[in-house]
Design a protein around this ligand. Structure first.
Ligand code: GDP
Length: 455
């Protein structure tokens, strides 16, 4: 029996828990690939909704708005504007998170204005109590002209609601949130007259966004409605202000935040981690700890590996018949492999630390902290992630530079990252440092060799 397939696009700001929602919806039925020609990861998954209906879920890259400023964002806009695209969604699921609803809703209102059936997921509902947040869901549904699923992907709450809403997507309202023509009444009325069959907000995006619209007569639209760059910028700002006015008005009645009820330590931690002085001290302390651990903590597994290979070599020498071949194995192959394997613990520690920094969200604080310093060198705060990841491996580090909006900053980051010492070069440094720097402790605790590696 053939199943009806509903095409779903999962859209949202970065760090709203979109990936977690995607994983909950699709389980292990996922496929990861790349968009043709670019290094942006394309994740698709299948979600069984009922006996005869399933959804193909496309996890789009995290984006803040439909005002494209990075490759990832271009991709989202190109898909949402192109009805002929094979992945054009039947229904869009916009993931937001409860603590940053105001910022997250900007993208939601834009997608809604494209008149695509849209479901709003408000994730991280488990944080509502500690933050003292209360939401009036029926009222928000009415104001935002949508259906809402209040979800905690971490606690697996609300996932069934999303599935049900997808299943019944045909009942969703496609009414826009903002009347696009209110941005500039005359201009938009002319636009409407010239292209009566096109959606007004879609035309506006074609005019303002520098993305590659394959199936739209972009030049035709643009040539009749040219405005100076400054005028367009002014209108875009007006649009953003109007959207935030709408969002503010909606949240004013649909959301209450009682900070006296909040029991959050994250905000306090944030203040310290991004502090003008202590923020840097903590950052350099963490880097020092990482490089210390590479020398100190990894010495235990390294000694073990060293001993194992020495024993293996002497075992081979003892038990194999004497001759050239045995010498090759016992004095060549085994010590040779041992010489490489011995550095695995150091590399593993480095990868482990970088993943912990990324996953814990600390890296985002570092990005914020370092932005001012990095700008002086023509880089962005976001360059910190590729530069630090470059110590593990330059290739994924360069790929992670794609989130930097400004192409000049992106290019400089890409060109500079290979100068960061990657882990493949680490064994060479380790050997040189072990040969040249004495194995002494400074201040009674820090290894001098660890210090040298950090420098
Ligand atoms: P994405 O960048 O939008 O794909 O977000 P991720 O799925 O990577 O999640 C970002 C962070 O939010 C991670 O640290 C998750 O552990 C955390 N997170 C995701 N869902 C929830 C949730 O329901 N509750 C809480 N408290 N945290 C969550």
């Amino acid at each position: 029996m053939s199943q009806k397939n509903i095409k779903v696009s999962l859209i949202g700001n970065p760090n709203t828990g979109k990936t977690s929602v995607f994983n909950q919806l699709t389980g292990l039925r996922q496929q990861v690939g790349n968009y043709p020609g670019i290094t942006v990861e394309k994740k698709m998954g299948i979600c069984q909704l009922s006996k005869d209906k399933r959804a193909t879920i496309l996890d789009l890259p995290g984006t803040y708005s439909l005002n494209a400023s990075s490759i990832d964002e271009n991709l989202v806009i190109e898909l949402l504007l192109n009805k002929k695209d094979e992945n054009f969604p039947d229904v869009a699921v916009v993931v937001t998170e409860v603590e940053n609803l105001k910022r997250n809703l900007l993208l939601f209102t834009q997608i809604k204005d494209l008149e695509i059936p849209t479901i709003l997921v408000i994730n991280m509902s488990d944080r509502m109590r500690v933050k003292g947040i209360d939401l009036d869901i029926p009222l928000l549904e009415k104001e935002l002209k949508t259906k809402i699923a209040l979800v905690s992907s971490r606690k697996n709450i609300g996932i069934e609601t999303i599935k049900n809403l997808i299943l019944n997507y045909e009942t969703l309202s496609t009414e826009p949130c903002l009347n696009a023509s209110s941005i500039d009444v005359d201009y938009f009325n002319n636009l409407r007259r010239a292209f009566p069959n096109q959606l007004l907000y879609k035309l506006w995006l074609v005019i303002t966004q520098d993305v590659n619209f394959l199936n739209l007569e972009r030049n035709e639209i643009k040539s009749g409605f040219t405005k100076s760059k400054n005028d367009l910028k002014r209108l875009q700002q007006k649009e953003t202000i109007k959207r935030y006015q709408f969002i503010n008005d909606t949240l004013k009645i649909g959301q209450t935040i009682d900070t006296s009820k909040a029991t959050d330590i994250r905000a306090r931690l944030d203040r310290v981690l991004t502090h003008k002085f202590f923020g840097y001290v903590i950052f350099f302390g963490i880097l020092l700890l990482i490089f210390q651990s590479i020398f100190n903590w990894s010495s235990v597994p390294m000694d073990f590996i060293d001993e194992t290979f020495t024993n293996l070599a002497s075992f081979a020498k003892k038990h194999l018949p004497a001759g050239e071949f045995t010498n090759l194995i016992a004095e060549g192959i085994i010590p040779g492999i041992g010489g490489i394997v011995i550095f695995v613990p150091q590399i593993a520690f480095l990868f482990l630390f970088i993943s912990v920094l990324e996953e814990s969200g600390y890296m985002s604080r570092v990005v914020f902290l370092m932005d001012k310093i990095m700008r002086r060198y023509g880089l962005s705060g976001k360059s910190v992630v590729p530069l630090i990841s470059g110590t593990a491996c330059a290739i994924p580090a360069i790929m992670s530079a794609r989130n930097i909006e400004n192409w000049k900053e992106r290019l400089i980051t890409i060109l500079v990252t290979p100068f960061t010492t990657c882990s493949a070069r680490l064994p060479v440094y380790a050997i040189l440092i072990s040969l040249i720097i004495p194995d002494k402790k400074v201040l009674g605790f820090f290894s001098l060799q660890g210090f040298t590696l950090m420098v």
